[in-house]
Structure formats: structure tokens, C-alpha cells
Design a protein around this ligand. Structure first.
Ligand code: 6PG
Length: 236
């Protein structure tokens, strides 16, 4: 596990973007699962502004680790956020964007997306093999859309499953624990003082840290990297 702490969110974004670029150069068909949340927005803004032609976009296929079950035009949509901050600003082939159809029935879409992932991605350990999965961590220690009240999604036999936001009840499609942990590289982007307590608990394995889904992201054979700002890192 690699822990990287930076002075600001902007520095997290710049350093993660360079890590991401270098990773994509290792393969001519690179499959990455994106995350929603605030830090990826800063990453996409940085890439679109500073590195629009550095990436060989035609070699990169974009997926999502989780998506809200809303239309792609809804402000809650992770796809919409990514489209506005990245896809509309750089030349990515439309066929390289594998959107979760949030407008569809959640259960049906979770099964469809599972099939698309299985059909397109190479497999390893009899599971789909992502080159990189980008994850955030919520204030409650959730990651992707695996929330503390649904730890069962960490062990789901499905590639993707339906999750429910604990407060809003919003349905989501999430990649489940086994496929997340099967990735070649997993990178957490965690910033802000509101994450400090959970980061300390997870890194120091204290205070019932195992109740936090993010604590269960442990790649089977791949590498796990944390990109954090000092506000989130605390004294870990
Ligand atoms: C989502 C994300 C979610 C996010 C965390 C952290 O769809 O909301 O996938 O898992 O990464 O909630 O979000 P912040 O970085 O904005 O705190």
C-alpha cells in the first residue's frame, strides 16, 4: 500500500493525474472505473486544462465504480459530472465510454452492466480485471456505493449490484467488493478534514475500523494507493 499526502487538493489532483497518465501508457487497451465525488472533479478539471493531449484517449475505456440511478442529464449523475469536466473537453471516442444507464430499472441495469463488464474486460481469478479503479471515501467510510449498512455488497457474488443510499434511499449501481479487489491498481482519492477520523481509524486499525467499507478494499494481487491532502491525512 502506498500513502501519498499532499498540501492541497490541487496537488492531489496533479499528482494523481500524472500517476494515471503513466499507468495508461502501460497498455494499448486500458480499462479504468471512475468514481463520483468532489476530488475526481478537481482531477478531471486539471487533466482537461493541463493535459488534454497527453493521454492516448483512444486506448482508454471508461467505466464507473458506481452510478446513481438517475438520468444522464441529472445533476446527481456521475456520468454527467465526468462528461462536463472531461469528456466534452478532450477527444475520447464515444465507444470508449461505458455509461451505467441510470435511467433504467436498477436491478435490470446492474445485471446489464455486469454483463457488459464481463464481455469487454479481460478476466483474472475468474473475475473482471480492471487496470485501475478510482475510489473515494464518504464521511461514513463508504466507498463506491457500498455503504456501512450494506456490507453484504462487499461479498456479493455479482459483479455489480444495487445499493441504496442510507439517507436519501437513492438507488445506485455499484461494482461489488470482489471485482473491486481484483483490480490491477486501486487508487483512493480522499481529501478534506471531514475524512480525517475515518482515515486514522482505517490506517491505525482502531475504533471498529472494520465497520467502514473502505477498510475492506484490499487488492488480491494489485496495488493500493491513497492520494490524500493533509487535511484528510491528519497524523496517520
Ligand atoms: C459517489 C461516489 C462516492 C464518493 C464518496 C466521496 O457516487 O458519490 O462514488 O463513493 O467517492 O462519497 O465523495 P467526496 O470525495 O465528494 O467526499
Amino acid at each position: 500500500m502506498t500513502k501519498n499526502s499532499y498540501n492541497s487538493v490541487d496537488e492531489v489532483a496533479e499528482n494523481f493525474a500524472k500517476y494515471f497518465l503513466n499507468l495508461t501508457k502501460t497498455k494499448n487497451c486500458f480499462n479504468v472505473a471512475l468514481s463520483g465525488g468532489s476530488t475526481p472533479k478537481v482531477v478531471f478539471d486539471f487533466i482537461a486544462k493541463n493535459m488534454p493531449t497527453d493521454f492516448n484517449w483512444k486506448n482508454i475505456h471508461f467505466w464507473w465504480g458506481d452510478e446513481r440511478c438517475v438520468p444522464p442529464t441529472n445533476d446527481e449523475s456521475n456520468y454527467k459530472m465526468t462528461k462536463e469536466r472531461l469528456f466534452d473537453l478532450v477527444k475520447i471516442p464515444e465507444s470508449n465510454i461505458h455509461r451505467v444507464l441510470g435511467e433504467n430499472d436498477p436491478l435490470h441495469e446492474s445485471e446489464r452492466y455486469s454483463d457488459e463488464i464481463k464481455d469487454v474486460l479481460p478476466s483474472k481469478n475468474e473475475l473482471p480485471y480492471f487496470d485501475l479503479i478510482i475510489l473515494g471515501m464518504g464521511d461514513d467510510g463508504h466507498t463506491a456505493s457500498i455503504f456501512p449498512h450494506q456490507m453484504v455488497l462487499l461479498k456479493s457474488a455479482k459483479i455489480c449490484d444495487v445499493a441504496t443510499h442510507p439517507d436519501s434511499g437513492q438507488k445506485r449501481v455499484t461494482i461489488t467488493g470482489a471485482t473491486l479487489n481484483n483490480a490491477r491498481e486501486i487508487a483512493f482519492l480522499v481529501t478534506g478534514a471531514n475524512k480525517k477520523e475515518k482515515i486514522e481509524a482505517i490506517f491505525n486499525q482502531t475504533k471498529d475500523y472494520e465497520v467502514y467499507p473502505a477498510a475492506h478494499i484490499k487488492p488480491i494481487e494489485g496495488n493500493l494507493s491513497w492520494f490524500m491532502d493533509k487535511a484528510a491525512w491528519g497524523n496517520s
